[in-house]
Design a protein around this ligand. Sequence first.
Ligand SMILES: NC(=O)c1ccc[n+]([C@@H]2O[C@H](COP(=O)([O-])OP(=O)(O)OC[C@H]3O[C@@H](n4cnc5c(N)ncnc54)[C@H](OP(=O)(O)O)[C@@H]3O)[C@@H](O)[C@H]2O)c1
Length: 266
Amino acid sequence: MRAAVVSNPDAAPVCADFPDAQQQPGKEPLRGTMAERLVTPFEVELPAGADPLAVAAGMNPGMSGWMALVARRREVGELGTVLVLGATGMSGGLAVRAALSMGAQRVIAVGRDPEAMEGLRGPRVVTVPLAHGGPDAWRAALGAAVAEAPPALVLDFVWGPVAEVALAALRGVSADDDVPIDYVQFGALAGTAASLPAALLRSRRIRISGSGTGSVSKARMIAEVPEVIARFGDGTFDAPYTAYPHSRVGAAWAHQGRTRAVVVPD
Ligand SMILES: NC(=O)c1ccc[n+]([C@@H]2O[C@H](COP(=O)([O-])OP(=O)(O)OC[C@H]3O[C@@H](n4cnc5c(N)ncnc54)[C@H](OP(=O)(O)O)[C@@H]3O)[C@@H](O)[C@H]2O)c1
């Protein structure tokens, strides 16, 4: 079978012929999603109406916010207001849609790109643009939005100075003593570090955690896969993509822009 393989972290993958992967008794199946065939530890049927390439493009970003939203709803029963930092990205945008589909009363969507922000606006979505001008300019806009509807759950895809502004804003809101605010960190595109005010930890019931492979169990992720795939079938989720044949995997590697690259057999 044909498979694209990365043999050197600094080089683009190349497509070549390989023997079919075989499940070895007692061994973990091989992982990889750029081969014509692979051994998987579970099967999920694609629902009618789900575009398989959109599923391929959107599963990873779709799963991220979904896991935190499901965990919060399971524990607390309702989502209340959800604050999404980096809502203009693929993961943040799907998290906004997931939160709305799970009954969030309000979503505060924070991002930079004006066109993507426009697309997020809706009856239960308040958008807060990260306008030019840096953290001082963001503070007032985000502070006003969270004061009006204090978030119970924060999904942070960007971290860095955006997180610092959000953490400061949370300090200023009235909070429910009985129910903790959950602040969940996914990505760090705005900065790999953020300072955490000590006073925030003292003055709020707040839990700060990260979500990803390692912090969420594999079993819990696999259990949610059918639910997330179903959202591509019922139209809740969509993921724009650009398809590349295996033979052009190098071009897929260099792909940039708002769509996800999906590699398909030639
Ligand atoms: N832990 C997990 O389970 C998990 C799963 C999926 C993704 N992630 C991570 O989450 C992050 C976002 O992923 P994605 O799929 O949404 O990527 P994406 O579609 O490329 O979107 C990138 C997002 O980051 C924002 N951004 C980039 N640089 C920024 C900066 N300097 N300041 C403020 N915002 C900035 C973009 O804002 P504009 O578009 O408005 O400019 C956009 O909202 C990545 O770090 C990714 O690795 C984690």
